[in-house]
Write a protein that binds this ligand. Structure first.
Ligand code: URP
Ligand code: ZN
Ligand code: ZN
Length: 456
C-alpha cells in the first residue's frame, strides 16, 4: 500500500482550482485539502506546479493493420510514450478487417494490450463486418466485456468503410444497447473517385492528399451521420474533426436535439496543409485523414474548444515510419499509410499552443484533455477527476519548462517527429498511475504490462 502526499501544488479539482495537498492510499485519492497540512510516507513537493488529473486520449491506434502494413508501435512503446507525456488512460480503436469476427478481434487487441500496456486502456470496437454472426458477437461484447463504444468509417473504400444499410441498422442497435457510435466522417466513394482522377492527371505527390478529400466531403459526412442519428436516436461522437464547417454541421444537428459530440485531434490544431506540401516526399510524414487543412481552420477548432462546441482533444496516434512505410506511397499518395503520431506530445502541444497562446484556459485544458472524455465514455469520476475515491492518476505539471519537441526524446518506435523543432512550453514533471510513480521528467520509471483494462 502506498501512502503518498503531493504537497503545495495548484490542484485542479472538478469545481475549483486551489493550492493544497492531496493524499493517496493504495490506488485511490483519499483526501484533498485546500491550504495543505496533510502527511504521508512519501512526500512529493509540487510547489509552483499544476496538479492535474491524468490525461485521457480517446483516440489512439497501436495495433493497426492498415493500408498494406501495420502501425510501428507495440503497446509497450506507445503507452510508455503516453505516460511520459502525461496520458494515463487511452482508448484504442480495434480495427478488424472485413472478414474478421468482432469477438476474435477484441480478443486479439486485448491480449496485446494486456501483455504490454503501461497505462490504463479501453477500446472502441470498429464495426466493419455486420452479418448475423457479427451482430450476435457485438451484443455479447457489450454485455460481457463492458464495450461501450463502436466505431465506423465513412472512408477507406473496400477496407474499413460501412454501407448505409448497415450503418442505419447498427445505429438502431447502438440506441437499444446504450452504446456510443464513434465515427470517421468523410465519404468513401467521393474520395475514391477524386483520388483516381488526381492520379490519372499525374498528381501523385503527398501535396495532393488534401485535394482528394476536401472539407466539403468531411462536412457532408458529418451531416450524413447526424441525419441518421436524428432518425434513430443514436448517440454519436465525431472523431478527428478538422474544420469549422464540419463542426458547424454537428452543431446544427445538436440544435435539432441530435446527441452528438465533436472531437479534435492535436495534429489538426497545430499543423496545417503546407506541411504535407514539403518537398522531397517529406510531406508524406504529414499525410493523415481527414487531411491537415488551411491554417485558418486552427482558429475555428480552438474557438470550438473554448466555447464548448468541441469537447475533446485526442491524438489519432497512428505511427508509420517514414522509411519503409510512408515511402510505400512514393509513386502515388493514395498508398501512403495515413497517420501522424502524437501520443507523447499531445498535452504539451495543447499547453504550448492552446493555453500559453491564450486560446483556451487551464481548466478548459483539463476538461478537453481529460474529464470530458471520461464523462462521454463512462469512466468518470474514476478517471478524469481529482476527487476522493478517484483513481490516483495524477500529473504534476511544470509549466515553466521551456524546450522544443525533438524526435530523440520520443519513446514511440516511430522514426520521425511531426513536431520536430517546434517550441515547447511545459512538461509532465511526475506522473502517477493508480498511486504509483511511473514517469519523472520525461523518463519512464514504471513497469511494462501494469496497465489495466477499463471495462465501461
Ligand atoms: O490518418 C489517420 N487518421 N489514420 C488512422 C486511421 C483513422 O482514420 O483514424
Ligand atoms: Zn479516422
Ligand atoms: Zn483514428
Amino acid at each position: 500500500m502506498y501512502d503518498t502526499v503531493i504537497t503545495g501544488g495548484i490542484i485542479f479539482a472538478p469545481d475549483k482550482t486551489f493550492v493544497g495537498d492531496l493524499r493517496i492510499t493504495g490506488e485511490r485519492i483519499v483526501e484533498i485539502k485546500e491550504g495543505g497540512g496533510l502527511e504521508g510516507k512519501l512526500v512529493i513537493d509540487a510547489t509552483d506546479k499544476y496538479v492535474f488529473p491524468g490525461f485521457i486520449d480517446p483516440h489512439v491506434h497501436i495495433h493497426l493493420p492498415f493500408m498494406g502494413t501495420n502501425a510501428i508501435d507495440d503497446h509497450e512503446s506507445a503507452t510508455k510514450a503516453a505516460i511520459v507525456g502525461g496520458t494515463t488512460t487511452i482508448i484504442e480503436m480495434i480495427c478488424p478487417g472485413p472478414e474478421d469476427e468482432p469477438a476474435d478481434a477484441f480478443k486479439e487487441w486485448k491480449t496485446l494490450a494486456e501483455e504490454g500496456s503501461c497505462c490504463d486502456y479501453s477500446f472502441h470496437l470498429a464495426v466493419v463486418r455486420f452479418d448475423e454472426t457479427a451482430k450476435t458477437q457485438l451484443r455479447e461484447l457489450v454485455a460481457s466485456e463492458g464495450v461501450q463504444s463502436f466505431k465506423i468509417f465513412l472512408a477507406y473504400k473496400g477496407a474499413l468503410n460501412i454501407s448505409d444499410e448497415h450503418l442505419l441498422e447498427l445505429m438502431k442497435m447502438c440506441k437499444e444497447l446504450g452504446v456510443t457510435l464513434t465515427a470517421h466522417c468523410e465519404n468513401a466513394e467521393a474520395i475514391d473517385q477524386k483520388q483516381k482522377q488526381l492520379i490519372n492527371e499525374g498528381k501523385t505527390g503527398p501535396e495532393w492528399h488534401e485535394t482528394s478529400r476536401p472539407r466539403s466531403v468531411e462536412a457532408g459526412g458529418v451531416q450524413h451521420l447526424c441525419e441518421f442519428a436524428e432518425r434513430t436516436g443514436a448517440t454519436v461522437y465525431i472523431v478527428h474533426t478538422s474544420c469549422g464547417e464540419a463542426v458547424r454541421r454537428a452543431m446544427d444537428a445538436k440544435a435539432r436535439s441530435v446527441d452528438v459530440t465533436v472531437e479534435a485531434v492535436i495534429p489538426h490544431l497545430v499543423l496545417d496543409k503546407t506541411f504535407a506540401e514539403r518537398s522531397d516526399f517529406e510531406g508524406a510524414k504529414y499525410v493523415m485523414s481527414p487531411p491537415l487543412r488551411d491554417i485558418k481552420e486552427h482558429e475555428a477548432l480552438w474557438n470550438g474548444l473554448a466555447i464548448g462546441e468541441v469537447l475533446t482533444i485526442g491524438t489519432d496516434h497512428a505511427p508509420f515510419n517514414f522509411h519503409g512505410q510512408k515511402d510505400m506511397g512514393r509513386e502515388a499518395f493514395t498508398l501512403i499509410p495515413n497517420g501522424i503520431p502524437s501520443i507523447q506530445e499531445r498535452v504539451d502541444l495543447v499547453h504550448t499552443y492552446g493555453v500559453c497562446q491564450g486560446k483556451i484556459d487551464l481548466r478548459n485544458m483539463v476538461e478537453v484533455c481529460s474529464s470530458n472524455a471520461a464523462k462521454v465514455f463512462n469512466m468518470y469520476p474514476r478517471k478524469g477527476a481529482l476527487a476522493v475515491g478517484s483513481d490516483a492518476d495524477i500529473v504534476i505539471y511544470d509549466p515553466d519548462f521551456v524546450g522544443s519537441f525533438r524526435h530523440e526524446d520520443g519513446l514511440s518506435k516511430i522514426d520521425y517527429s511531426g513536431f520536430e523543432g517546434m517550441e515547447r512550453r511545459g512538461r509532465a514533471d511526475v506522473v502517477l498511475l493508480r498511486g504509483k510513480v511511473v514517469a519523472k521528467q520525461g523518463k519512464f520509471v514504471g513497469e511494462a504490462g501494469t496497465g489495466e483494462y477499463i471495462s465501461r
